[in-house]
Design a protein. Structure first.
Length: 347
């Protein structure tokens, strides 16, 4: 479906439905929270009621986007989240491509049975799960996809100044965080959007400092410790990885979001083109993978880490003792490189 007819269809759904639920993915990041808040603020300005729900808690540095604690978090407020889902007649899914990404909320949302719209930028959306999809992968973020959609809405009429200030702030935050502060996944359209948002008088410094200068002292100590003690570089594979255990999390008073950006740190080493971060949690090991070259971490994750995402940024999960990770990871990367079609370390 082309975007123009998609926007008409979305407009029709918004007119027809009265209890809209906006949902982000598990472990929501800046793009997920940003796109939800932006959509919520847009609908609010139109007098359309919507509720925001996430499957798990989001990092504290994003709380400035939700000053009135409107976002329902299924982990902390399961009853409120489920009640909101029950009463909804339209779901708008933001920043994920598969219903499995909402974890515990998937069942309740499917049981409700109301139509689902997806606004996302991941590869391979599961289209059969949605009545309407705005999906593009050669773009910075879900916020950028949403921005394109909003600009085509009749009431916005292509004028950024018609968007509410909170919507603009949230869109900027999502784009800024998903590009790792304009380092990755930046397209000409990304800069166009950034400049259009900035022209509205958006306080970029405020967002910048809320997101990047807002960590605890113990998080800085954790970062130093990880770099000094927990980073392994595999020069032949142009790869570096780090492992964070549960006991180390406790030792450094770990809070949700504290490892944000850690996976990108080894890229500062000359020759490192692929990175991985393994974080132990109660029931599984969270895997984050990044690439600066033709090595597809999406394919790598699908093959060895029960996950996927983008060619240059992917996630996954492992169910094994944390001590087994170095061997498993090093063997996996050797096998993956050996089976690679073409050269994995091209630009
Ligand atoms: Mn995203």
């Amino acid at each position: 479906m082309d975007q123009t007819s998609g926007v008409c269809e979305l407009e029709r759904l918004l007119e027809e439905k009265s209890d809209i639920l906006l949902v982000g993915h598990f472990n929501p990041d800046g793009d997920s929270i940003g796109s939800m808040v932006a959509m919520h603020s847009y609908l609010d300005a139109r007098g359309i009621r919507s509720t925001m729900v996430v499957p798990s808690s989001f990092p504290e540095f994003l709380h400035f986007l939700d000053p009135e604690n409107e976002i329902r978090d299924f982990v902390r407020q399961p009853d409120a989240a489920l009640k909101a889902i029950e009463g909804s007649d339209l779901f708008i899914c933001l920043d994920f491509n598969s219903m499995s990404r909402v974890e515990g909320l998937e069942g309740p949302i499917r049981r409700n049975g109301s139509p689902r719209v997806v606004i996302d930028h991941h590869l391979g959306p599961e289209l059969s799960d949605f009545v309407l999809a705005f999906s593009k992968s050669d773009i910075s973020s879900a916020c950028e996809v949403l921005f394109e959609v909003l600009m085509k809405m009749p009431d916005i009429d292509g004028k950024v100044s018609n968007l509410p200030a909170r919507c603009i702030e949230a869109l900027y935050t999502g784009m800024m965080t998903d590009t790792n502060n304009y380092a990755n996944s930046v397209f000409p359209s990304t800069m166009d959007m950034a400049s259009m948002l900035l022209r509205t008088g958006l306080d970029k410094e405020k967002i910048q400092s809320a997101v990047f200068d807002n960590f605890s002292e113990s998080r800085m100590h954790l970062m130093g410790y990880m770099l000094q003690k927990k980073m392994t570089v595999l020069p032949e594979q142009h790869t570096a990885y780090m492992i964070l255990t549960k006991s180390e999390k406790d030792r450094f008073n770990y809070k949700e979001g504290d490892t944000e950006g850690f996976v990108n740190l080894p890229f500062a080493i000359r020759g490192v083109l692929v990175t991985a971060l393994f974080t132990e949690s109660d029931s599984f090991i969270r895997v984050s993978l990044r690439s600066k070259c033709s090595f597809s971490v999406n394919e790598f994750s699908k093959a060895y880490f029960n996950g996927g995402g983008h060619a240059k940024a992917s996630g996954g999960r492992l169910y094994m003792p944390i001590e087994a990770i170095p061997h498993y990871f090093e063997k996996s990367i050797e096998k993956f490189i050996a089976s690679y079609q073409g050269t994995p370390f091209d630009k």
